[in-house]
Ligand binder design. Structure first.
Ligand SMILES: NC(=O)C1=CN([C@@H]2O[C@H](COP(=O)(O)OP(=O)(O)OC[C@H]3O[C@@H](n4cnc5c(N)ncnc54)[C@H](O)[C@@H]3O)[C@@H](O)[C@H]2O)[C@@H](O)CC1
Ligand SMILES: [K+]
Length: 506
């Protein structure tokens, strides 16, 4: 499992360790890791042209010491000063190793093979300063590989917000622990491939991180597995209340997801029973209302519902309920808070904005805050969809889960309906709302990647498939082809098998 910690926790851990180590030891560890990563990105260090963008704090210090190490290996290293002052000992080390301060920043940038962004790290406030903007643009336009030190300068480490311009890195080398902004959009997109350098603070970090990103092995442990004596009822029945005369397709897609989520049976309730049966004859169908449809272990309500009633009925039940799409519009917050059983809300940014009484742009700019706020207000687990889907528990101390498997190709009509069905099925199979949301998002993203790439690019262990530890950056829209929601549903069993193969002893 990947974890991310807030700046105050990282700083406290660093302070505790620094008190035990000789002066400058931590920065030397950081710089050695950074220099190693830079060397790995250059085909040859000897003769390479490296430019350091150096701000006024220790982030610039890291860049200068790493620059000194590269200069000692024969690289031509130039420092561009962007602060009123720079880390003096770091600058001395660079100069002693044969590096120099650039008198023509744009000239050296135009010829650079690698640019090291040491403008700001966890001490940065606000976006890039105006004087840094043209320099950062020149670095980007030079075609050089851009490596961010600890964080891309200009992004907010704790929230993932980006105010104005920020450095767009090809890779980010971060120290001690991931910071939330490296895993959550919009900042995530600026970070490129991530590499974590261990500087020895791991055991000094608090027990609960701010964020958790599950990996194959974590998800494998959570997948429901039928026991030898299971029958369909013991495996869980999921009730799907979706679709309407106007949107029958949403019912079919939600059922398509639900059939692949581990429940023993899917009960469809609503007016689209014929369309559902035509595609999936294994479904149990009932015209409604949900209260009369028979016993289920979890409900999914909302996809394509239009104004069909049923939400109040379902919320009054004593089983877990997932509310999506139109269901979110019809939601009574008091009814959600009063529920004895878990509730999972699955809005996209626009729906989350409506629930919070704000605008979509506001939610997109501060996704982590928004998902926590929504979970707290409704006393429910909330899955906020997006390129980095987040799952928040209503209790404030519980780490938010961030999904690493998303792909831009998932932004396609009906894919959310598949996710609702799949996740509701996991709820019916007995997962907690937080686990069902994180496992659902993980499998759904993986299935979309399989569908978009014809199964390529996803190894059984997930190694190298995600933008962590120096792996490739998440495949952008360039790595794949358009897909439909049905193809995502059809790719789910393959994604499930990939993940299950990573279980210990599998
Ligand atoms: N604390 C530690 O033990 C370690 C820190 N390390 C490095 O030190 C960094 C933190 O160093 P600092 O606390 O000095 O902070 P930073 O170097 O991240 O930034 C603070 C400095 O930048 C200026 N600044 C703030 N916002 C700015 C903006 N928007 N534009 C331009 N300048 C801005 C401030 O005036 C201050 O001088 C980490 O990110 C990491 O790179 C590493 O060496 C590992 C050990
Ligand atoms: K930086």
């Amino acid at each position: 499992m990947r974890t991310a910690y807030r700046v105050q926790d990282v700083r406290a851990a660093e302070a505790a360790l620094m008190a035990r180590l000789p002066e400058g030891a931590l920065m030397r560890r950081a710089a050695a890791g950074l220099a190693g990563a830079c060397a790995g990105l250059l085909r040859r260090v000897y003769g390479a042209r490296v430019v350091l963008l150096v701000g006024s704090g220790d982030n610039g210090g890291d860049a200068l010491y790493a620059g000194a190490l590269l200069a000692r290996r024969g690289a031509g290293v130039s420092a561009v000063r962007l602060g009123r002052r720079v880390h003096e000992a770091g600058l001395d080390a660079l100069v002693r190793a044969g590096g120099r301060v650039a008198d023509d920043p744009y000239g050296v940038l135009a010829r650079a093979d690698l640019v090291v962004d040491g403008i700001t790290g966890i001490g940065g406030r606000g976006g890039l300063r105006p004087e840094a903007v043209p320099v950062v643009r020149a670095a980007r336009e030079s075609g050089a590989v851009v490596v961010a030190v600890d964080l891309p300068s200009g992004v907010d480490a704790d929230t993932g917000a980006v105010e104005g311009e920020a450095v767009r890195a090809d890779a980010t080398v971060t120290f001690g622990a991931y910071k939330p902004g490296l895993l959550v959009d919009p900042a995530r997109e600026y970070a490129g491939a991530l590499r974590l350098v261990d500087i020895g603070i791991r055991d000094l970090l608090p027990g609960a991180p701010e964020l958790q990103a599950l990996q194959h092995a974590d998800v494998a442990r959570l997948l429901p597995v039928p026991a030898a004596e299971s029958d369909k009822y013991r495996r869980g029945v999921v009730g799907v209340v979706a679709g309407s005369a106007r949107y029958p397709g949403a019912a079919v897609l939600a059922v398509a997801g639900a059939l692949r989520g581990g429940a023993g049976a899917v009960r469809y309730v609503g007016p689209a029973g014929d369309a559902v049966l035509a595609r999936y004859p294994e479904t149990l169908v009932h015209p409604g209302p949900p209260g009369r449809a028979g016993r289920v272990q979890a409900w999914v309500i909302g996809p394509g519902l239009a104004d069909t009633p049923g939400v109040a009925d379902v919320l009054a039940s004593d089983v877990p309920v997932l509310v999506d799409a139109d269901g979110l519009r019809l939601l009574d917050p008091a009814a959600v808070r009063a529920r004895p059983a878990p509730t999972l809300l699955t809005p996209h940014a626009g729906e989350a904005a409506a629930l919070l009484g704000t605008v979509r742009e506001d939610v997109e700019a501060r996704r982590l805050d928004a998902v926590r706020e929504l979970a707290g207000r409704y006393g429910a687990t909330v899955l906020l969809k997006g390129s980095t889907t987040l799952v928040a528990d209503p209790s404030p101390g519980v780490p938010v889960r961030v999904n690493p498997t998303g792909t831009p190709w998932l932004a396609t009509a009906g894919s959310g309906d598949v996710l609702s069905g799949l996740t509701g099925s996991l709820l019916a199979a007995g997962l907690t709302a937080r686990d069902a949301g994180s496992v659902g998002a993980y499998l759904h993203g993986l299935a979309a990647r399989r569908a978009a790439t014809g199964g390529a690019g996803v190894s059984p262990t997930g190694a190298g498939a995600y933008p962590y530890d120096g792996g490739r950056a998440a495949p952008g829209a360039a790595g794949g082809a358009p897909l439909t929601a049905h193809e995502v549903a059809r790719a789910l069993p393959g994604a499930w098998r990939d993940v299950a193969a990573a279980a210990p002893g599998a």
